[in-house]
Design a protein around this ligand. Structure first.
Ligand code: 5GP
Length: 189
């Protein structure tokens, strides 16, 4: 997605060896017009897949998943990372290791919001080692639903999560794919 790549080039900053910061339009402040275009792109790619529901993970996946949900006209569910007394007791759970935080946390989705037989589109902001996506896939599969596709805003191909998902047979579509960082700048595929 050319518009996204241009925005990453102008606003993105590289932190350490392997983190891209895009707080000005995706992870802190949100560019609503750009995210709406992202939702449309996901719709155009996955529209033939009879998507019943979109699943993402809090917090940064929610905004982009909502714009996709608008185009598919389906509900958006987000996996919760935080323990909450409000969350239903009956949940599908998965453990996710976060390399940005260096710890494993549990993500949960109420059994009310995923049903057997549904075609679920998984959406997230970044794909690195694929742990968040794998956690969401396992939740979908525990519900007896199908992970019909995985839509990612920014994939860092050098971290191999994408390769693993494609080799496992999942339909992965990323709006921008970064091959590497060179001189603190992303190099796009
Ligand atoms: P994975 O589970 O694929 O290793 O990492 C994906 C998750 O980690 C995403 O949900 C995202 O929140 C976070 N993440 C991974 N890499 C980056 C990055 O370069 N920048 C930002 N902002 N978040 C990242």
């Amino acid at each position: 997605m050319e518009k996204l790549i241009e925005r990453i080039k102008s606003d993105g900053t590289v932190s350490g060896e392997d983190i891209l910061k895009v707080d000005s339009f995706l992870n802190h402040q949100i560019d609503v017009g750009l995210l709406d275009d992202m939702g449309k792109e996901f719709y155009n790619y996955f529209k033939g897949k009879n998507i019943d529901k979109i699943l993402t993970i809090e917090a940064s996946g929610i905004a982009v998943a909502c714009f996709a949900g608008k185009y598919f006209d389906v509900p958006v569910v987000f996996a919760k990372k935080t323990e909450s007394k409000n969350l239903d007791l009956e949940t599908y759970d998965a453990d996710v290791y976060s390399f940005t935080k260096g710890k494993t946390y549990k993500v949960k989705v109420s059994k009310k919001y995923l049903s057997a037989g549904e075609n679920v589109l998984i959406i997230d902001d970044f794909l690195a080692n694929g742990k968040a996506a794998e956690g969401l896939i396992s939740i979908v599969e525990k519900a007896g639903a199908k992970a019909a596709g995985i839509g990612i805003v920014i994939e860092k191909a050098f971290q191999l999560g994408g390769e693993k998902l494609v080799n496992s047979g999942y339909d992965l579509f990323s709006l921008a794919v970064i091959e590497k960082f060179e001189n603190q700048q992303p190099v796009f595929r």
